[in-house]
Write a protein that binds this ligand. Structure first.
Ligand code: FAD
Length: 490
């Protein structure tokens, strides 16, 4: 059948694009072509239809993903500098992606030029300095795997598939955080491509302002190509995943409450998720001890509770990271929220149970597919592992590092985005108020920017540091090039 002659607007509408979007895409494509012509031959620009374009645009959640006009895979810092200057001149939007796990719209995706850092894939171990220099195109699995041969590791993500970039530029909660702090506490230097194209090694002494800002301030100051982190000796670890049915919920909650009130050994860590899918609740708990065997009295109670499955053993650190089935929930629309807690108590855990059941049912009324409430207890000494100030956490004055409840909602229909964000925020606000009413000093605790939903006020994540961060950003980016990319903007 022949199509009648239709106007450009009608044809574009039929394929889901408006005329203005099409025209903008043509402009963006012109910038893609300029970048391709200006950079070295090894750095490549890809377009829709190529496998590299698909990989470059892939994100863990569909809310964090969108088709770009082209993707750009630079092979060196100088080519990133050239691209940033051209993007600034043309005012073309762009995004920088490391592991693509940000779920917030536009944080590492764009309709313009998608910069993917896959070529920055080195792991260089320096045994004298006890550091590892790591490319920002890797995921943590690659890093743990490559460092295993030296019996060392670094403080990075605790779930399989997460990228280096968002963790080292945002905070970084690890199974090792009770011992060594967050990822940002363990950074020795960054290689940064500034918005004007200058490439610099940033350390606490060479550029204290940028070193401060980059540790929590994400993509506000340019594009980071590599990061150098402290390394620690790593033996085999004990632990893994244990799964319980909802009939054991109270018993698991008791075990968690007993664990947090008695265990102060920083090598012991616990991460317990309650997943609600179609009316069925499963509790997935990861037990971790940083040695091949655990002390007898730690975790006994968890092992004694009747469970439906378990995968617990003495294993490599990488193997333990990969026990967490987070890849299984990729490909959904998604939101995170984050509730700081001083101490988990049985009444608080009971409240989280009620929230899971209440909101699990509520989101199922629309396209809600999976909700999770993660219980993540940490020692109060968490924020005491660094003397060098950072953008996150910007305030360590009280010495109090928070445990937290992580809220995750996953759904399928874009029309439900608003209602899901609203429900998640409502639940997080309720839980925070519950903690405050229970006498916990969390009313002004700063929210982890990597797990804050879209629209979170900068002050709620960065507190009094916002104006300092704004000044650092203005000094390094007077032409406001980085405002062409998404994320938290100072
Ligand atoms: C399944 C899952 C597991 C998670 N597990 C953990 C965990 O164990 N610990 C934890 O602390 N958090 C965790 N998170 C939250 C995680 O910290 C964030 O999603 C983080 O932003 C992911 O980093 P990424 O590099 O994969 O993401 P991306 O989406 O690629 O990047 C996130 C942000 O950082 C910016 N960015 C990335 N690289 C660069 C760069 N080189 N230069 C400049 N800007 C850059 C991006 O532009 C974007 O704004 C998890 C999230 C998910 C979905």
């Amino acid at each position: 059948m022949l199509l009648p002659v239709l106007s450009f607007t009608v044809i574009s509408g039929l394929i889901g694009l408006s005329a203005s979007t099409e025209l903008r895409r043509a402009d963006y494509t012109a910038t893609c072509q300029k970048i391709a012509a200006a950079v070295s031959p090894a750095s490549k620009v890809y377009y829709s239809g190529s496998p590299q374009y698909i990989d470059d645009n892939e994100h863990w959640a569909t809310t964090g993903s969108q088709p770009s006009a082209c993707s750009f895979e630079p092979v060196n810092a100088q080519d990133i500098g050239i691209a940033l200057q051209l993007l600034g001149e043309d005012q073309t939007p762009f995004a920088v992606k490391s592991g693509g796990h940000s779920v917030n719209a536009g944080f590492s995706s764009t309709p313009g030029v998608q910069i993917a850092l896959f070529s920055f894939s080195q792991v260089i171990y320096d045994s004298d300095a006890q550091t590892a220099t790591i490319g920002m195109g890797l995921i943590w699995d690659d890093v743990y795997s490559q460092l295993q041969q030296y019996n060392v590791t670094v403080v990075g993500g605790k779930n399989t598939g997460v990228g280096i970039g968002g963790i080292v530029l945002g905070g970084g909660y690890s199974y090792l955080s009770n011992q060594y702090g967050l990822s940002v506490d363990n950074i020795v230097s960054f290689e940064l491509v500034m918005p004007n194209g200058t490439v610099a090694n940033i350390t606490s002494s060479s550029s204290p302002d940028l070193f401060y800002g980059l540790r929590g301030g994400f993509n506000n100051f340019g594009v980071v190509t590599t990061v150098t982190l402290k390394t620690y000796t790593q033996s085999q670890v004990w632990g893994g995943l244990i799964a319980y049915g909802s009939d054991q919920w109270d018993a698991v909650n008791n075990a968690i409450a007993n664990f947090v009130s008695t265990v102060t050994d920083p090598k012991a860590c616990l991460y317990s998720t309650t997943d609600y899918v179609s009316g069925v609740t499963t509790i997935l708990t990861i037990l971790f001890y940083d040695a091949p065997t655990r002390p007898d009295d730690i975790f006994d109670e968890f092992l004694a509770v009747s469970h439906s499955a378990q995968d617990i053993s003495t294993r490599t650190y990488l193997d333990l990271i990969q026990t967490s089935p987070t890849n299984a929930s990729s490909g959904l629309r998604a939101m995170f929220d984050w509730v700081p807690i001083e101490q988990f108590t049985t009444s608080m855990l009971e409240m989280v149970k009620n929230q899971t059941l209440f909101y699990g049912k509520k989101v199922s009324e629309s396209s809600g597919f999976l909700i999770s409430y993660d219980i993540i207890p940490l020692l109060p000494s968490l924020y005491s592992h660094s003397d060098t100030p950072s953008a996150f956490p910007s305030s360590r004055d009280s010495g109090q590092g928070y445990s937290f409840i992580q809220v995750y909602y996953g759904w399928t229909d874009a029309n439900d985005d608003e209602v899901m964000l609203q429900l998640g925020a409502e639940s997080a606000a309720y839980m925070k108020q519950f903690a405050v009413d229970a006498g916990q000093d969390v009313a002004n605790a700063l929210i982890y920017p990597n797990c804050a939903p879209p629209g979170t006020a900068l002050e709620d994540m960065y507190g009094d540091a916002v104006s300092t961060l704004h000044s650092i950003r203005s000094a390094v980016d007077p032409d406001d090039v980085m405002s062409l990319t998404g994320g938290w903007r100072f």
